[in-house]
Design a protein around this ligand. Structure first.
Ligand code: 5GP
Ligand code: MN
Length: 338
C-alpha cells in the first residue's frame, strides 16, 4: 500500500472516522466494515459505519451491527457524520458513484479517503489506496491492512469473526479466489478462536421457509434455459417480488444454482424493481461476466461474479440480454475450461 507511513501517522491520534461500503451490502462489505470498526474503536478513534442501504437480516448476529447507520433511513445523521469526519474508509467498492448519496458527501469533503478493495478497475479517488484484485475478499485485505499497521495481535475472535465472514461469503466457502496466503490467514483466524462451523450455520443455514420456497420457485418456474448458449436466466418480476414478499437479501446465492448444471457457463438473475432492473451475473472458467456488466449494464465486479443495472423495462432488458448471448455465442460455446 502506498503512503502507508503517512496513514499510520494520521491514525496515531484519535480521529472521527466514517467507514462506508457499497449499497446492498454483502458479507464482505459488512464483515470488512465491522472488522475495521472494532479495530479503530479499540485504538481510541470515534468510528461509525454508514451503509448506503439496509443490510440483510442474515447479518443481525454480527458484533457491532446495532451501531451501523443506514443512510436510506437516517439521512440527517449520516450527513452530519460525513460533515464532521476527519477521515473516510471506503471498503469493498472502488468508485464513489456506487454509493449514491454517501458518495456525493464523501466526494464533497476535502478530508482524506482510504480505499481498501479487491474489485477490478478502481477509480483513483482515495489519497490512501489499497487495491488488490487478486485478493479473495476485502476482508482478506483488512487482515493484511491490520498486519501492515503493526497490530496483528489485536485480531481476536470478534475482529476475526468479521473478517472470516467476508472470506467465506466472497469465496463461496473456499470455492473461488483462494490462494495459499488466504489459507494461512484462515489458519491464523482459527488459532485466535474463530469457529468455522458457527459461522457456516449463521451464514448459510439461517434461512426461513419463505426463502427456501422462493428458491424452489426460481428453479422450477422462473429459470429460462438457453442451452445453445450454455446460459440460464432467472427472471423475477415485480409481481413475483410481491407474491413472495421478497426482501433485501432473499435472493442472495440463488443465481449460483444455475451453474450447478454441468454445461452452464453463465448464470444471470434479473430482478425487476420499481424503477430499474437489477442484474447479477455469474460464470465458470475464463469467461468474464465483468466485461458484460461493465460494458452494457453500468456495473462491474469480478470475472466470475458481477452485477449491474438496467433502466429499460424488464422486457427490453431481456431482449438486450438475448442479443448479448448472440454477441458472446462463440466464447459461450468454447471447449469447457472448468
Ligand atoms: P451480486 O450479484 O452478488 O449482487 O454482486 C456480485 C459482484 O458484483 C460483487 O462483487 C459486487 O460488488 C458486484 N456488483 C454488483 N452490483 C454491482 C453494480 O451495480 N455495480 C458494480 N460496479 N458492481 C456491482
Ligand atoms: Mn467483496
Amino acid at each position: 500500500m502506498k503512503n502507508l507511513d503517512a496513514l499510520k501517522e494520521v491514525l496515531a491520534t484519535p480521529k472521527k472516522i466514517v467507514i462506508t461500503t457499497h449499497r446492498n451490502p454483502d458479507g464482505d462489505a459488512m464483515g470488512s466494515s465491522l472488522g475495521l470498526f472494532h479495530y479503530l474503536s479499540r485504538r481510541g478513534h470515534d468510528a461509525t459505519v454508514i451503509s448506503p442501504s439496509r443490510y440483510p437480516s442474515i447479518f443481525d448476529w454480527m458484533p457491532g451491527i446495532d451501531y451501523v447507520v443506514v443512510d436510506d433511513d437516517q439521512k440527517e445523521k449520516s450527513d452530519k457524520l460525513c460533515e464532521e469526519a476527519d477521515l473516510f474508509f471506503c471498503l469493498d467498492f472502488n468508485s464513489l458513484a456506487r454509493i449514491d448519496r454517501v458518495g456525493e458527501r464523501i466526494a464533497e469533503s476535502d478530508k482524506p479517503k482510504v480505499m481498501i478493495d479487491h474489485h477490478l478497475d478502481p477509480d483513483p479517488f482515495a489519497e490512501y489506496m489499497y487495491s488488490d484484485p487478486t485478493a479473495s475478499s476485502t476482508c482478506e485485505m483488512l487482515y493484511e491492512f491490520i498486519k501492515m499497521m503493526g497490530h496483528k495481535d489485536m485480531i481476536d475472535d470478534v475482529i476475526g469473526k468479521s473478517i472470516f465472514t467476508g472470506i467465506l461469503t466472497d469465496t463461496g466457502s473456499f470455492m473461488f479466489a483462494t490462494s495459499p496466503k488466504l489459507f494461512r490467514t484462515v489458519a491464523d483466524l482459527h488459532e485466535v478462536g474463530v469457529d468455522l462451523t458457527y459461522l457456516q450455520n449463521k451464514l448459510f443455514n439461517n434461512q426461513n421457509e419463505k426463502q427456501l420456497r422462493l428458491l424452489g420457485f426460481c428453479l422450477t418456474e422462473a429459470m429460462r434455459m438457453y442451452n445453445n448458449f450454455n446460459t440460464g436466466i432467472i427472471v423475477l418480476s415485480l409481481h413475483d417480488h410481491k407474491r413472495f414478499r421478497i426482501k433485501r437479501g432473499d435472493t442472495e446465492g440463488i443465481v449460483n444454482y444455475v451453474l450447478k448444471m454441468r454445461h452452464m457457463r453463465m448464470a444471470i438473475l434479473v430482478c425487476e424493481r420499481e424503477n430499474h432492473v437489477k442484474l447479477s451475473f455469474r460464470s465458470k472458467g475464463e469467461f468474464s461476466v465483468q466485461e458484460i456488466a461493465q460494458k452494457y449494464f453500468k456495473g462491474g465486479g469480478h470475472r466470475n461474479a458481477s452485477g449491474g443495472v438496467s433502466y429499460e423495462t424488464l422486457g427490453d432488458t431481456l431482449r438486450a440480454l438475448k442479443e448479448l448471448l448472440e454477441v458472446y455465442k462463440e466464447p459461450l460455446n468454447a471447449e469447457p475450461d472448468f
